[in-house]
Design a protein around this ligand. Structure first.
Ligand code: DP6
Length: 323
């Protein structure tokens, strides 16, 4: 059987960084994110006797490392479905891979939904989220729609669920791509180092409070408080990265330029805040009504590309197969 799914990427406001179980990808802390409308992955999976081995094509390329991780995930799906057939997987992102934007969230969410359906399974949202989590932690947050919380816990209790629908809050998230073409340390490797930071324990001891605080702020739609907390959290994440041993420095001069530019825009009374993941790119967050002003200001900055997002729904099955 063949199935195709489309899944959004997501950006975390409270970040996942550190695991308590590497294999099951159980997070050291809960996290909170929103799905992004402009960054999506489409994946078609077919299980068939015709295939002698698993074939994996991502953005028209064969990559042995990525294939290995996909096959591991297919094995999990096969085990759950009780089948042995090999599969063909074709996956494309709507955003440039070369930009180095995280694609594992949308990628593993789409693979989980398409793969499980193609294997004959009809898994409920919670099961899909758990399965996606084992592929890549942040992928579990791309399964449910809108604003999403991923709970810490054990294999059966650590999954993501919607806390507010996508249309709950009219905000814009502008991805600013500042790629240098350099390859950065991937999240899986990067977060293994988290515990070597002297500040990691402190971060974990305060994170539950932070999660409660942000949920309340989102509920009350207090944008300014929200932005401040999101920016603070991103800087805290990078403080952990910077003080890991060896140190992880994801920022480039361009990243810093945009960070400062964001502060300058705020001085000019534009409510815009940034967040950053494990890479040099920046995500600017502002009320949707102000997005054109922010985009216009960004025009003065050289060598960047932008992708404008709004809060989006989660992974869904589509009919438009890739092969
Ligand atoms: C900085 O989900 O890519 O984007 O579970 O090892 O695949 P693995 O890691 P991944 O890590 C994402 C880290 C982050 C923060 C976040 O999205 O919460």
């Amino acid at each position: 059987m063949k199935a195709t799914a489309m899944a959004p990427s997501n950006i975390a406001f409270i970040k996942y960084w550190g695991k308590v179980d590497e294999g099951l990808r159980l997070p050291a802390n809960g996290s909170l994110s929103v799905n992004l409308s402009g960054l999506t992955t489409k994946t078609t999976v077919e299980f068939s006797e015709r295939y002698q081995k698993d074939e994996v094509l991502i953005n028209n390329k064969i990559d042995s490392k990525k294939t290995e991780r996909v096959i591991k995930h297919l094995d999990l799906i096969r085990k759950k479905a009780g089948i042995k057939k090999k599969a063909k997987v074709v996956s494309v992102n709507n955003f440039p891979m070369a930009a180095g934007l995280a694609s594992s969230a949308s990628g593993f969410a789409a693979l989980t939904l398409a793969g499980s359906k193609a294997a004959g399974l009809n898994l409920p949202e919670k099961e899909l989220s758990i399965l996606a989590r084992i592929g890549s932690g942040s992928a579990c947050r791309s399964i449910p729609p809108g604003f999403v919380e991923w709970m810490e816990g054990g294999d059966e209790t650590s999954f993501a669920k919607t806390i507010f629908p996508a249309n709950y809050w009219d905000i814009a998230i502008i991805t600013v791509i500042v790629s240098t073409g350099e390859k950065t340390t991937g999240s899986t490797l990067g977060m293994e180092l988290a515990k070597t930071s002297p500040f990691f324990k402190t971060r974990l001891s305060l994170i539950k409070q932070k999660l409660e605080k942000i949920k309340k702020i989102i509920k009350e739609k207090k944008f300014c408080e929200f932005g401040k907390l999101v920016e603070e959290e991103a800087l805290e994440l990078h403080a952990i990265m910077l003080t890991s041993k060896p140190s992880l420095i994801y920022w480039t001069p361009k990243t810093l330029e945009i960070m400062r530019f964001t502060h300058m825009m705020r001085k000019e009374k534009l409510e815009v805040y940034f967040t950053i993941d494990a890479g040099p790119h920046i995500y600017l967050i502002c009320p949707n009504k102000d997005k054109e002003k922010v985009i216009d200001k960004l025009k003065s900055i050289k060598e960047i590309e932008i992708i404008v997002n709004e809060p989006a729904n989660g992974a869904k099955l589509i009919q438009d197969h890739l092969f």
